[in-house]
Design a protein around this ligand. Sequence first.
Ligand SMILES: [Fe+2]
Length: 325
Amino acid sequence: MISLKKETGKDFIILNLTDPQLSDEEWAEGHKNGKILVKTVTELIRRVKPDLITVTGDLAWAGCYESYERLANLLDSFEIPWAPVWGNHDNQDGPEGLERVVQGYLKHKYCVYERGEAALGNGNYVICIEEAGKPVEGLIMMDTHDRISYVNEQGETKEAWALLIPEQVEWYKKQVQELKSLGCNDTTIMLHIPIFAYKEAFEAAYDGKFEQGKTGPQDYMLKNCWKEDYKDSVGFQFENVGCSAINDRVIDTVVEMGSTKHIIAGHEHVNNWMITYKGVRLVYGLKTGAGCYWTPYLNGGTVLRVTAQGVENVYHEYVHFGGGE
Ligand SMILES: [Fe+2]
């Protein structure tokens, strides 16, 4: 468990970045996408003044070791602790490829990271935020792997996005219990591939009045497209939830444990909604930069404000540049 100190009487601010995902070429001098990423992160840090930066996966394309290193150097340059979890692209070169990235990252002064048990992936760990020696918030960081094969109802072998394995869910329960025993009953799960409940939540909350993928962010932002019981939802969905085809039922464990109030995921680049589902705020982190595919309207990061009671609120911080960039 990693401990970070929160000053008494002052909020602890977490800035979450997600899916920066540049190639080595995009980091080369003068490349537009490298410049967009550096400008976005720099602007976010100027505005938000975070105490911790988290990155919810797909930090670069698999095998682009230079890109991983450049991103780590950028984050280290702000002299603020930063903590990653890994996404499908980070895992795509297999455990050895990811371990090479991890070894590089652990050499960075401000990188806070623990590998955790190897059987669960790379990077299942907890960051505990403490005020006056008492934990007030636990960030449960989890590796969501890459892809899995499964057999569908027709007996065909298919590929799907990976999901948290049962041993990880058991590990999660243990972490929550340990934090509870220390007096902390407010936790946030941070991962890349959303849990299955994201799909259920959108289906439950969305009133169907806007055709998905047809309206642009500029059109929906002022409109309300949420059903009566979900009026505190914000944002929208421009691509389907990329959770696993297998229902992980993780939400049931989360509800049963009664500790996690927020889940922050990445993976989708043009979804930015937050929906409270079964009492848990499910959040898509706002994508950071132009890597892979993006829309300049949904560029930035996501802020978590931690008080002595845990995470008090979560909001997106948008970074828009003139000319759509
Ligand atoms: Fe992804």
